[in-house]
Design a protein around this ligand. Structure first.
Ligand SMILES: C[S@@+](CC[C@H](N)C(=O)[O-])C[C@H]1O[C@@H](n2cnc3c(N)ncnc32)[C@H](O)[C@@H]1O
Length: 219
């Protein structure tokens, strides 16, 4: 994260939102790292559906005197904030990642950092008329294909909306297979929109994908 924070202006207080914060492992660690080690002025909000986890995290935050770290119980879909500078989402389930990215794009955030997980929506909406049917014949490959297609389309749509994207593995496969991280750095340069729309359409047509959640949200 320190690498990405070097790329954005943090001379004024940054509002960071962790979408699908769960038990807050990432939220607490990132807050402490940015605030107490890098001395960056931040306010961090965890957004989580499960109220019991939100209550627990707020209690721990109070105990730690983490005055600028708070958690709220809400569906990401219903979360709105005046200003969001950075969106993070670690393993937000399936389309919760699309919602997080969408909120970041909509808020014109400076940075979107997410590590997606369980790519069910595209897998479910992959039709039987794929040009590459042989590639998805076996369940294990179908799952991997759905994962690649979901995240490739996500990164293309982020590029279309002016975010320079980078996709990479952030941890060894020994620890988890869910180790793809997607970072979008807002350049506000919305070039190549038509070309990117064509690329998305081509991918969807080739694999007979009926819909993509992020594309629907953005339209
Ligand atoms: C796999 S957990 C990851 C938790 C945390 N980010 C971590 O890495 O430890 C995904 C979390 O996202 C939450 N979640 C899923 N969909 C959500 C939504 N639409 N709005 C808010 N939270 C959501 C779930 O309740 C769950 O706690």
């Amino acid at each position: 994260m320190s690498h990405w924070f070097e790329k954005i202006d943090h001379s004024t207080k940054l509002n960071i939102v962790d979408m699908g914060s769960g038990k807050g492992y990432l939220t607490f660690a990132l807050y402490d790292y940015l605030k107490n080690q890098l001395r960056i002025n931040v306010s961090v909000t965890g957004v989580e559906l499960r109220e019991n986890l939100v209550d627990l995290c707020n209690e721990i935050s109070l105990d730690c005197d983490f005055n600028d770290l708070q958690f709220i119980s809400k569906d990401i879909r219903d979360f709105s904030a005046e200003e969001i500078d950075v969106i993070i989402a670690l393993h937000a389930c399936d389309t919760a990642t699309d919602l997080a990215i969408y909120k970041g794009i909509n808020a014109n955030a400076k940075l979107i950092v997410c590590a997606p997980c369980c790519h069910k929506q595209v897998r479910k909406d992959m039709g039987s008329k794929s040009q590459f049917k042989a590639l998805t014949k076996h369940g294990v490959f179908e799952e991997r294909q759905a994962e690649m297609l979901t995240d490739t389309i996500r990164s293309l749509l982020m590029e279309r909306e002016g975010f320079k994207t980078k996709v990479f593995e952030f941890i060894s496969n020994e620890h988890t297979r869910k180790n793809v991280m997607m970072v979008g750095h807002n350049t506000n340069s919305k070039k190549n929109r038509a070309k990117i729309n064509d690329e998305v359409k081509q991918l969807k047509d080739s694999f007979n994908i009926q819909r993509h959640e992020l594309e629907d949200l953005l339209s």
